[in-house]
Design a protein around this ligand. Structure first.
Ligand code: B12
Length: 449
């Protein structure tokens, strides 16, 4: 048995603070393997270095694990003022002063560029991708004195759906902290994304094979959270909730069959969805959809390799409107193929989307190993050796960025349901928080009356 001190380093509160489910799953797996675990959430602990130091002294860990969720906000308009690894660097310094225990890094951000982050932060070991089994194996190997590589990469789709029955170790204090500030709790129902969007890091984090958690296991967890904490609003954090195989329908059916009454929201791929399916989802509690529409014209959708067209986005939006489910579309301007003509066409298209919110982003954050990195290298705007640790963005060479941003600002002017730059949405959320509103908040901009 080892004592393992886990730290969640994420301090982002935009668009709202999100429960550190990654850390909670690791805590659960380690506890099941017989270890003693302490979870320390830097945000909930008011970002206090002193509390962190004291908690480490009091616990006397054999190992420290850091869950690193975000590198930056992937928002070009923030001009690089959204870089979070400096927080992790500060945490490691305190940890090193407080204990000689080896430091193990993991988390979604870590998995996106493990070598660079391990080097930058000076951790001892890192686990890229799914961590629950890998972290137990690593600690066992270290306890046996075996030599292990600095970075473990068991393959991004390591755990089967059944192996994901490892429910997070929910901490009552953290549950209250996060539900109090966001009005919801996060839960993962599946892993893996089979699509090949040019910018995407998801395959590196959770693999490209869809693995569905058993629906009854999900329902058990929902019920447990409802009974123990009175939580009724959930966010299913899957990369894409409406998987092609239809596993998501089994989740909805199970919630309905078991008479579980909750509200839930999730990310959807804007693809054809029948009335019956929408109605089942709504019956199971679906109250809002965030759609990865990603671009506003067929040229740019194809440039991102989305494998759907704007007609699909339109039909999907109509299906949401017909079912009276608020939908927010996330679109990026400036991707491959973007030109002034495609932005104009994009505005004609977006105008056709009724009763929905559109969040627009400018440029694509480039991550290692993605197709967009290769394209940027080919276009001569990036070198293979360039570090991507600090926010680096791709813009189509066919458009001037300032001109494009101004076109988007002008196009959205005067509309509260069209948001650009993204910080505008955050300002709106802050104001609503002041008046006691929490949650997604954008859904309140839509009315079906
Ligand atoms: C759902 C989601 C959201 C939702 C969250 C909703 C909610 N209520 O929870 C919303 C839309 C709000 C959101 C917002 C943001 N997100 Co987001 N989000 C995701 C997504 C799709 C899933 C995250 C999740 O919950 N996963 C489930 C948990 C269980 O998995 P996990 O944390 O990865 O944990 C596993 C492993 O990483 C590992 N692990 C985790 N911790 C540890 C610790 C140790 C020691 C070890 C060994 C292993 C380990 O084991 C775990 C189990 O296998 C990911 C992409 C992805 N596919 O991962 C992006 C992602 C995490 N988001 C990202 C970003 C950037 C953001 C925003 C900053 C974007 C923005 N501009 O607003 C905000 C920040 C919000 C915040 N407060 O932190 C990036 C982060 C990387 C980066 N680029 O910096 C990701 C990776 C997407 C991407 N672009 O690449 N997000």
């Amino acid at each position: 048995m080892s004592r393992i001190f886990l730290v969640s380093s994420n301090t982002i509160v935009d668009p709202y603070p999100v429960y550190p489910v990654g850390m909670a799953i690791i805590a659960s797996a380690l506890t099941r393997a017989g270890h003693e675990v302490r979870q320390f959430d830097f945000l909930a602990e008011e970002q206090s270095d002193a509390r962190l130091r004291k908690a480490i002294y009091d616990f006397g860990p054999h190992y420290v694990g850091i869950s690193i969720r975000n590198i930056d906000a992937a928002d070009h308009c923030l001009n690089g003022n959204d870089w979070y690894l400096s927080t992790d660097l500060g945490l490691i310094k305190i940890i090193r002063e407080a204990t000689p225990a080896p430091v193990i890094l993991g988390g979604s951000a870590f998995s996106v560029m493990p070598e660079e982050i391990l080097n930058y932060l000076g951790g001892d070991y890192g686990i890229a991708g799914e961590g629950e089994q890998a972290v137990c194996d690593l600690i066992e190997a270290l306890n046996e004195g075996l030599s292990v590589p600095a970075i473990t990469r068991k393959g991004a789709a390591f755990c089967s759906g059944d192996a994901m029955t490892c429910q997070p170790l929910w901490e009552p204090g953290l549950v209250n902290f996060y539900t109090g500030r966001s009005g919801m709790i996060s839960m993962q129902t599946k892993r893996g994304c089979p699509y090949k969007c040019v910018y995407c890091t998801y395959p590196a984090i959770e693999g490209d094979i869809v693995r569905q958690r058993p629906p009854d296991d999900i329902a058990d967890e929902v019920e447990k959270l409802q009974k123990t904490y009175g939580i009724n609003t959930f966010y299913f954090t899957d990369s894409i909730f409406n998987d092609e195989e239809g596993g998501y329908l089994n989740v909805a059916e199970t919630l309905v069959r078991r008479g579980i009454k909750i509200k839930w929201a999730a990310f959807f791929r804007p693809e054809e969805i029948s009335k019956d399916r929408m109605s089942l989802l709504k019956q199971s509690g679906l109250y809002a959809i965030e759609a990865g529409s990603d671009a506003a014209s067929d040229e740019t959708l194809s440039g991102l390799n989305k494998q759907f067209t704007f007609d699909d986005v339109y039909e999907f939006n109509q299906a949401c409107v017909d079912a009276q489910i608020p939908c927010a579309h996330y679109v990026i301007f400036g991707g491959p193929g973007e030109s002034e003509a495609s932005v104009r066409k994009g505005f004609v298209n977006l105008e056709m989307l009724k009763n929905c919110v559109v969040f627009a982003f400018s440029g694509i954050r480039i991550f290692p190993g993605t197709m967009i990195q290769a394209q940027a290298i080919e276009e001569g705007v990036l070198r293979k050796s360039d570090s991507l640790l600090k926010p680096t963005y791709y813009f189509s060479p066919e458009i001037d960025v300032e001109t494009m941003d101004n076109m988007v600002k002008t196009g959205f002017k005067g509309r509260r349901d069209r948001i650009f730059p993204p910080s505008q949405g955050l300002e709106m959320a802050r104001v609503m928080n002041k008046y006691g509103y929490y949650g997604l908040l954008w859904d309140r901009l839509i009315s079906f009356r």
